[in-house]
Design a protein around this ligand. Structure first.
Ligand SMILES: Nc1ncnc2c1ncn2[C@@H]1O[C@H](COP(=O)(O)OP(=O)(O)OP(=O)(O)O)[C@@H](O)[C@H]1O
Ligand SMILES: [Mg+2]
Length: 370
């Protein structure tokens, strides 16, 4: 028996099903991916989250073999597949625009890849029926795509992708075309399906809530790199950069100069007042610039007469969003902060002078980006 390569051992011991190593890609001299590294565990649900054009689809296409990287390697189950054809990889894709074959009925659409592989009629029938059951569309075999709703078409596209039981399923905004209610339903169904089948998902979405709800880990992408890769709690509660803080859950970004800090807390001043943030081991000294991210649900407002410390401003706007009261405060330096804290006083009206403050434990120090 031949000796196992180190990659094969990695796949076995660490249970890494997919590894991307320093993937780089340019189109017409413009860098689109600038060194992507990723280890995906078997059965993991990984989401690529990022604004339009940041390189999500290109990353997926390189994993699937539909695009070749200029540099770097794609390793699937310990085997370097960088230069393999798509059909040699045990990977299926649900594309951004989930085109079904319009002239084929549901059964033919779902069974297509098995037919190409010359599987027997009985095998195909059984596999198609199983796949339709998984997406809860049994009995739809003879329907044509134009006789289905958008959500049903989407589920057929997913059935088509899972019918030959790929090890890794690549999904490019699979729920993007659905209305909010159906999207929420499908999120739950998809997640269930993924767990039940034990398929590894690499999933793309614009929708941060979808990413936070579904993923084991999220890669926040920006300009062709992963700006942060971690669990939902990592990117939401402990964003590393102001970009991640603002992109995932739109945090308030507050700047100042460190002054009077101690071992546990960094204190800072700016032209609107003072703020505090837990130090978390950061080596910031007095006089240095400080950038802090604070979620709007942690911003408290009180009246200047209370003598509270914080940032001085004026209530600018009051609105309801998602059942929560949202108050935007214009600060004295022209920036603004948003408070949507639970139980916030609903009596504030535009024009009221307020002090914005927060629990330093709920604030994080971030790197300023852009
Ligand atoms: N075949 C191509 N030729 C030239 N440029 C391309 C090609 N494919 C992608 N690009 C460019 O690469 C960049 C990244 O594209 P990509 O499709 O990966 O973005 P994305 O993150 O999926 O965006 P979206 O959220 O809008 O789908 C874009 O600027 C795009 O115009
Ligand atoms: Mg895309």
């Amino acid at each position: 028996m031949r000796n196992k390569t180190s990659l094969e051992r990695l796949a076995e011991v660490e249970d890494v099903i997919l590894r991307l190593e320093n993937i780089k890609k340019s189109f017409d001299g413009v860098t689109v991916l600038n060194g992507i590294d990723l280890d995906v565990k078997r059965g993991e649900f990984i989401t690529l989250l990022g604004s339009s054009g940041c390189g999500k689809t290109t990353t997926l296409r390189i994993i699937g073999g539909l695009e070749t990287a200029d540099e770097g390697r794609v390793i699937l189950e310990g085997v370097d597949v960088t230069n393999e054809e798509p059909n040699k990889r045990n990977v299926n894709t649900v594309f951004q625009n989930y085109a079904l074959f319009p002239h084929m009925n549901v059964e033919q659409n779902v069974g297509y890849s098995l037919k190409i592989r010359r599987r027997s009629k009985e095998d195909i029938k059984k596999a198609v029926s199983d796949a339709l059951q998984m997406v809860q569309l049994e009995g739809y075999e003879k329907r044509m795509p134009n006789e289905l709703s958008g959500g049903q078409r989407q589920r057929i596209a997913i059935a088509r992708a899972i019918v030959n039981e790929p090890k890794v399923l690549l999904l490019d905004e699979p729920l993007g075309a659905l209305d909010l209610k159906l999207r929420r339903q499908m999120q739950i169904e998809l997640k269930r399906l993924q767990k039940r089948l034990g398929i590894t998902f690499i999933y793309i979405t614009h929708d941060q809530e979808e990413a936070l709800n579904m993923s084991d880990r999220i890669a926040v992408m920006r300009n062709g790199v992963f700006e942060q890769l971690g669990t939902a709690s990592d990117v939401y509660d402990r964003p590393r950069t102001s970009y991640v803080a603002e992109f995932v859950g739109s945090a308030n970004i507050i700047r100042g100069t460190a002054q009077g800090s101690d071992e546990n807390t960094v204190r800072f001043v700016n032209s609107c007042g003072t703020g505090e943030v837990s130090r978390n081991g950061a080596a910031i000294k007095d006089g240095e610039d400080v950038v802090t991210a604070v979620r709007s649900e942690h911003i408290d407002l009180c009246s200047p007469e209370s003598g509270a410390k914080g940032l001085r401003g004026t209530v600018k706007e009051k609105s309801f969003s998602g059942g929560m009261l949202r108050i935007e405060v214009g600060l004295e330096d022209g920036t603004s902060v948003v408070s949507s804290r639970h139980g916030i006083n609903a009596d504030w009206v535009p024009g009221d002078a307020v002090i914005a403050s927060w629990d330093p434990e709920k604030a994080v120090l971030v790197d300023l980006e852009g």
